[in-house]
Ligand binder design. Structure first.
Ligand code: FES
Length: 385
C-alpha cells in the first residue's frame, strides 16, 4: 500500500496514538447537559481510578506518567490545574498534588511529571515502585492556577523553577496545539541545563511559534553554555519584556523562587493582583518561618487528642495532617497547601502555628478551624475531626 504523506510528519506516530486514546477514553460532555446529576458527577468525580499506560524518563530525576481512566471517562480540566494522587506507602495512606502537564484538548489521558524529592515519600514511591499497568487513585482536577479570559491578559509571563514548569507545559501545549490567541514569555530557572524539564520541546516550540518565547536561566551553567545564567532578576525580566503593562504574571516553583521573584516583580511596578501564584506545599523547614516561636524545637513531640478519644504523637515541625496520617487517620486532602480547605479540623484547645500567608476563612477562624496541612502543634492539642 502507498505510504500516506503525513507519515513523514514530525511525531506522526505519537499524534495517531493520542487520537486513539481520545477516541477510546475521551467523551463529549455536551450530550449530557440535559442530565444534570450525571453531568455534575462526571465533571467533579470524587475519586478516579487511573491506570499507568506509559512512563517516560525526562531527566535522571524526573519521569512523566501517562494515566488513562479505568472505568469512567476523564473529566475536563483547565490548563494549570492539578490532581491529588492518593497512595499507600511507608505504612501510611497519603496524597500529593501533581499538576497535569498534558493539555486539556487531549481528552483521553492525563500526564503528570514527577520530580524526585530527596526525602519525598510519594515521589520516591512513584519513581521507584510504580510500573506501567499499575493502578493509581486520584481526585478530579482542582486548583485556581489557570488563565481566565475575563480577568487575565492574553499576554502571559510564566516564571517557573524546576518541576514548577509542569502546569505551564499544559498551557503552552494547549495554546500551540489549538492555535489560541495568547502570547507566552516563559522564564525557566534551573541549577543546570540537564535538570531543565522539557527543554528540547520548549526550544522547538519557541522556534516554531511566534507567540512562544522561551528563556531558560541556568544558575550554575557549564562553560560551554551560551544562554542566560544566574537568577530570574528584574533586570532580565525588564530587558526581555520591555513594558510590564497589560501582562499577567504566573509564578510556580520551589519556595525560593517565590521569595526572590515576587519582590523583583513588585520592584518593576507589577501590581500584586497581576501576579498569580501556584500553591507550593508546606515549608521545607517550618521553624525558619517568620513568627515561629524560638523556644519550640521542631523535634519536640506533643500529644494530639482526637474527638476526646485516642491521643496520638504530633511533632512540632510536622504538619498536623502528616501526624494524623502516620497514626492511620486519613483526611480528605487535595492541595496540602492551605488552599482547598478539605483537611480542616477544629482545634478545641491548644496552640498551633500557621506559616505567614496561609489563608483561613474568617468564619473558620471564628469557630477554631485550621487547615491541618499547614498547621503545626505548639503544645498539647485537643482536636475534632
Ligand atoms: S489539603 Fe487543601 S487546605 Fe489542606
Amino acid at each position: 500500500m502507498k505510504k500516506a504523506v503525513f507519515e513523514d510528519f514530525d511525531r506522526y506516530a505519537d499524534i495517531r496514538r493520542e487520537i486513539e486514546y481520545s477516541r477510546k477514553f475521551g467523551v463529549n460532555y455536551t450530550r449530557e447537559r440535559s442530565m444534570p446529576e450525571q453531568f455534575i458527577h462526571r465533571l467533579h468525580p470524587d475519586r478516579l481510578r487511573l491506570r499507568v499506560s506509559e512512563i517516560r524518563e525526562e531527566t535522571p530525576s524526573a519521569r512523566t506518567f501517562r494515566l488513562i481512566p479505568e472505568h469512567s471517562p476523564l473529566p475536563p480540566f483547565l490548563a494549570g490545574q492539578y490532581i491529588s494522587l492518593s497512595v499507600q506507602t511507608g505504612g501510611i495512606v497519603t496524597s500529593r498534588p501533581y499538576s497535569i502537564a498534558s493539555p486539556p484538548n487531549q481528552a483521553g489521558f492525563w500526564e503528570i511529571t514527577v520530580q524526585r524529592v530527596a526525602s519525598g515519600l510519594v515521589s520516591n514511591y512513584l519513581l521507584d515502585q510504580v510500573r506501567p499497568g499499575d493502578l493509581l487513585q486520584s481526585s478530579g482536577p482542582c486548583g485556581h492556577f489557570y488563565f481566565n479570559p475575563l480577568f487575565h491578559d492574553p499576554d502571559m509571563v510564566l516564571i517557573a523553577g524546576g518541576a514548577g514548569v509542569t502546569p505551564f507545559m499544559s498551557m503552552i501545549r494547549e495554546i500551540t496545539q489549538c492555535g489560541l490567541d495568547r502570547r507566552i514569555h516563559l522564564f525557566y530557572g534551573n541549577r543546570t541545563l540537564q535538570a531543565a524539564l522539557f527543554h528540547a520541546e520548549l526550544t522547538a516550540l519557541a522556534a516554531r511559534f511566534e507567540n512562544i518565547r522561551y528563556v531558560p536561566v541556568i544558575e550554575d551553567p557549564s562553560p560551554e553554555y551560551q544562554g542566560r545564567n544566574g537568577l530570574i532578576t528584574k533586570e532580565l525580566i525588564k530587558e526581555t519584556l520591555g513594558t510590564m503593562a497589560e501582562r499577567t504574571f504566573y509564578v510556580c516553583g520551589p519556595q525560593g523562587l517565590y521569595d526572590f521573584c515576587i519582590p523583583e516583580l513588585e520592584r518593576l511596578g507589577v501590581q500584586r493582583r497581576k501576579i498569580r501564584t501556584e500553591v507550593y506545599g508546606p515549608p521545607v523547614e517550618v521553624s525558619q518561618c517568620p513568627g515561629w516561636p524560638p523556644q519550640i524545637s521542631p523535634d519536640q513531640v506533643f500529644s494530639m487528642n482526637i474527638n476526646d478519644r485516642e491521643s496520638i504523637p504530633a511533632r512540632a515541625g510536622q504538619p498536623m495532617l502528616t501526624s494524623l496520617e502516620k497514626a492511620g487517620v486519613t483526611l480528605k486532602a487535595l492541595c496540602r497547601s492551605g488552599e482547598c480547605s478539605m483537611c480542616r479540623v477544629r482545634v478545641v484547645s491548644g496552640k498551633v502555628f500557621q506559616p505567614p500567608g496561609v489563608a483561613v476563612r474568617r468564619s473558620d477562624r471564628q469557630f477554631g478551624y485550621v487547615h491541618s496541612c499547614m498547621s503545626y502543634p505548639l503544645e498539647d492539642l485537643k482536636i475534632e475531626l
